[in-house]
Design a protein around this ligand. Structure first.
Ligand SMILES: *[C@@H]1O[C@H](CO)[C@@H](O)[C@H](O)[C@H]1NC(C)=O
Ligand SMILES: *[C@@H]1O[C@H](CO)[C@@H](O)[C@H](O)[C@H]1NC(C)=O
Ligand SMILES: *[C@@H]1O[C@H](CO)[C@@H](O)[C@H](O)[C@H]1NC(C)=O
Ligand code: SF4
Length: 327
């Protein structure tokens, strides 16, 4: 007698949904985890006047969702299981009013466990943190080098990035925000010794990414910059890691791990596919589940990245529920 096992049902469901929503795409590899977007990177704007040589998020459009739709999308994600959101860009602080409204909405209305922002730091102000800091869990500031001429050679940095980093570290302490540093390791900085600065700055996490080129984002763009000259091989990344592993905040992220394990929502609230296919339809049009079924999400990489740490402001209380996968 013919019977449907749960596994078969899952495949059938995924297959049907796939047909309904993504008929123009290559077959997907279904993943159970894709049903729950626990942690989302929302690149709500591509606006950015920098031209970092390795940037995969080029400013090919200037679209931003209107604030009411953005809030509706955020509420849909929360209903689908989102616990953590990271606001990214472009440069999120280019639109402080929008950023502030979304942060307050996510914390005060949606009660998300963790809200973080990735910024280059230059536009972070005391005024903004005084107003919204109580709703921000983590501020991650990008800094690729502690040598300003290297920052300028990489393409971001106007000569005052390091002093700004110290200023933001102090503001984070003052407003009870976790201070994080993101460093992209590339050809121009992989031999730099950053230990003294990291010891001094004491970030709670120092995330170091191996420079990455992503298909689709990189090609077919008139503003394409040739990222290849910045690439380093795995051995070179490993040598940087070995030189800095003694920093307790150090979290390395290699190319292999990074490529397919992020859930990225773009400025149209579409999920980006890290395999280089088309983005999903917007969650505002088809909902979260359908949109997620259209993109490939490597669950194994997701797990492999899983260093757990406290991701919300309220340390100590209900530490179990506040623990989650590290994004
Ligand atoms: C900074 O980098 C430049 C260019 O690579 C180099 O000439 C200079 O010696 C570096 N400065 C320090 C303090 O390491
Ligand atoms: C950060 O981004 C802003 C907006 O794009 C830009 O004006 C500023 O120069 C950038 N700063 C650094 C250090 O990259
Ligand atoms: C990135 O862009 C270059 C130049 O257009 C292209 O040759 C390459 O295939 C793209 N993707 C990767 C992964 O390098
Ligand atoms: S890496 Fe960031 S700062 Fe540099 S061009 Fe890309 S979005 Fe702009």
């Amino acid at each position: 007698m013919f019977s449907l096992t749960p596994l078969h049902s899952l495949f059938l469901a995924v297959f049907l949904a796939f047909f309904a929503a993504c008929t123009t795409k290559k077959p997907i590899k279904p993943s159970k985890a894709s049903k729950c977007p626990i942690s989302v990177n929302y690149h709500f704007t591509r606006q950015c006047n920098k031209e970092c040589g390795f940037c995969f998020h080029t400013a090919s459009t200037s679209h931003v969702e209107n604030i009411e739709d953005a809030k509706r999308g955020l509420a849909l994600l929360k209903a689908a299981g989102m616990k953590k959101i990271n606001f990214a860009g472009g440069e999120p602080f280019l639109d402080k009013s929008r950023l502030g409204q979304m942060i307050d909405y996510c914390k005060e209305v949606l009660h998300l466990e963790s809200i973080s922002i990735v910024t280059n730091g230059s536009l972070v102000t005391r005024k903004f943190l005084a107003k919204h800091g109580h709703n921000i869990d983590i501020l991650a500031v990008s800094c690729d080098s502690f040598n300003e001429s290297t920052n300028i050679a990489i393409g971001r940095g106007s000569g005052d990035q390091v002093s700004k980093l110290y200023e933001i570290r102090d503001l984070c302490l003052e407003y009870g925000i976790k201070f994080k540093i993101n460093t992209v390791v590339c050809r121009l900085n992989f031999q730099e010794d950053m230990n003294l600065f990291i010891e001094d700055l004491q970030p709670f996490r120092w995330k170091c990414f191996q420079v990455l080129i992503v298909d689709g984002e990189n090609e077919s763009d008139i503003r394409l910059r040739d990222a290849r000259k910045f690439l380093i091989n795995d051995e070179e990344f490993e040598s940087f890691c070995n030189a800095h592993r003694r920093q307790k905040s150090f979290v390395p992220e290699s190319n292999a791990l990074m490529a397919k394990s992020y859930i990225i929502l773009d400025e149209y609230m579409r999920f980006l596919d890290r395999d280089g296919r088309e983005p999903s339809p917007s969650i505002l049009k088809v909902g979260v589940d359908k949109a997620l079924e259209c993109v490939y999400w490597d669950e194994d990489s997701f797990r492999a990245r899983g260093g757990e740490y406290e991701w919300s402001r309220d340390q100590g209380s209900c530490s179990e529920t506040h623990k989650g996968l590290d994004w």
